[in-house]
Design a protein around this ligand. Structure first.
Ligand code: 4AD
Length: 447
């Protein structure tokens, strides 16, 4: 009976029991350790078997030499099937050739559960098949690397904002109003009322900034966008900082420092993962503040010079436009001062020119598109009320938001960074579907 722990105890009895994780094996060079893991892949001959083992923390090669382990253990190793779970006992040995620097010279092993006919074989599979098997695909070396880079970006995000005096505040996910317009909202019932899934926590973060000064949120965001591109998810995660007494310029500085911090953290702490993904790290090394800036006006001129005659002043940029602009820089670039007419009601117009607003989008290099949208917010009560009316929004729904401008209003700014697009860019992964554990896409709600 493989379900009970008895067989495990008997197996481990008499062996020196140093339980470790693969990422920590370097601490045990020359020593005998036990690892619980899965068989990712295997090669074997009549005399030697090479086991690609994984345990969630990393991958390591286990070497099983028939002459050393004897017939019985060698037969167990040779019979291992892909994704069977097992305990392995072996000695950690330095090995320059392995990407990890170490391998495990196996002494004994015990299968916990034998996996039969694992659907994702080492051969190439189509994307739809892999997406149908996302619950298993996550185990692959590539997906593991992307998820670890995602985790490092999240870690570095908390580090950056905590070190810079921000408090984390969690805005609601069920909301009664719609900051970015109603067309892309998921509606649901809230008992007898209508409610919407959050498409941005910004308005709540503005309230929080008036209470706590500098705040950031990190949460799920829902957009019923009928876009099927490599940059669009229906459910994605957004980091939204908001700062009282910060103007447009201050806002850009926070953004370039934050983005530099996450890129440099990934470079420092995810060398193995970037290597697994074949990422050209020379494209990341120079990502350090300050970032270049171009106004919307100049971007339009630039695009006309490049022969894009499909775009006029007042139009929003599409992916090809963003890519063309980004190609002129080796760092992310801010496009600033967009026309007032194509941006949301809450953005502060430029005091010298009311036809543009104090906003910026940050465009990642290498065609990854917009990763941040941000702006200085209108803080004058009468003007904000006028803008809400001009946009034909329900004044009652924005009563509380307007009140922020009645009780000690101050200039303030903030932005939203899309986590998955940022992971895609830093990892060098083509499509955002690989940057979130279980992507919700236009035609996919499973698994
Ligand atoms: O530019 P957006 O719509 O900005 C806001 O929602 C502001 N209220 C944020 C703020 O100022 N607090 O979205 C911000 C970022 C985009 O730059 C992009 O990275 C990401 O969110 N994003 C998406 N990511 C994946 N799939 C989608 N459908 C996305 N839509 C936006």
């Amino acid at each position: 009976n493989k379900h009970n722990n008895v067989s495990l105890c008997r197996f481990l009895e008499g062996n020196k029991l140093v339980k470790t994780m693969i990422k920590d094996v370097s601490k045990y060079a020359g020593e005998e350790v036990t690892i619980g893991g899965w068989l990712a892949n295997k090669r074997s001959s009549g005399k030697i078997a090479f086991l690609q083992l994984r345990d969630g923390s990393g991958f390591i090669q286990g070497v099983v030499v028939k002459e050393d382990v004897g017939e019985e253990v060698f037969a167990k190793a040779k019979g291992l099937t892909q994704e069977s779970s097992l305990y392995v006992i072996g000695t950690v040995q330095k090995d320059e050739r392995s990407p990890f620097g170490y391998e495990l010279v196996v002494k004994d092993l015990e299968v916990i559960q034998e996996s039969k006919d694992y659907p994702i074989t080492p051969k190439a599979h189509g994307t739809e098949f892999l997406m149908d098997n996302r619950h298993l695909w996550l185990r692959s070396k590539r997906q593991h690397a992307v998820m670890q880079i995602r985790n490092e970006i999240i870690r570095a995000t908390y580090e950056f904002f905590n070190e810079n005096g921000f408090s984390k505040v969690d805005p609601p996910i069920l909301t009664g109003s719609a900051p970015e317009g109603t067309s892309e909202l998921f509606a649901t019932k809230y008992f007898d009322e209508d409610a919407y899934l959050s498409q941005s926590g910004q308005l709540y973060m503005e309230a929080a900034a008036m209470a706590l000064g500098k705040v950031f949120s990190f949460g799920p965001t829902f957009r019923a966008e009928k876009s099927k591109t490599r940059r669009h998810l229906i459910e994605f995660w957004m980091i939204e900082p908001e700062m009282a007494f910060y103007d447009f310029e201050d806002n850009l500085e926070v953004q370039e420092q934050y983005v530099s911090h996450i890129v440099q953290s990934v470079l420092k702490n995810c060398t193995l993962q970037l290597n697994t993904l074949g990422r050209d790290v020379s494209k990341l090394e120079n990502i350090k503040a300050p970032f270049p800036r171009i106004t919307y006006d100049d971007a339009i001129k630039f695009l006309h010079e490049k022969g894009f005659d499909d775009i006029q002043w007042g139009d929003d940029f599409g992916a090809p436009h963003e890519t063309a602009i980004a190609e002129s820089y080796d760092k992310p670039v801010f496009i600033t001062h967009y026309p007032t007419g194509i941006k949301p009601f809450y953005m502060q117009p430029d005091p010298n020119r009311s036809d543009v607003v104090l906003c910026a989008d940050l465009i990642a290099p290498e065609g990854y598109g917009e990763i941040i949208g941000g702006s200085q917010r209108i803080h004058d009560y009468d003007f904000l009320k006028q803008r809400i009316e001009e946009h034909q929004l329900d004044l009652d729904a924005y009563k509380w938001y307007l009140e922020l401008r009645q009780y000690g209003s101050v200039p303030h700014s903030g932005f939203g960074l899309g986590l998955e697009r940022t992971v895609a860019w830093i990892s060098g992964v083509e499509h955002v579907r690989e940057t979130i554990p279980f992507p919700r896409l236009l035609n996919r709600l499973y698994p």
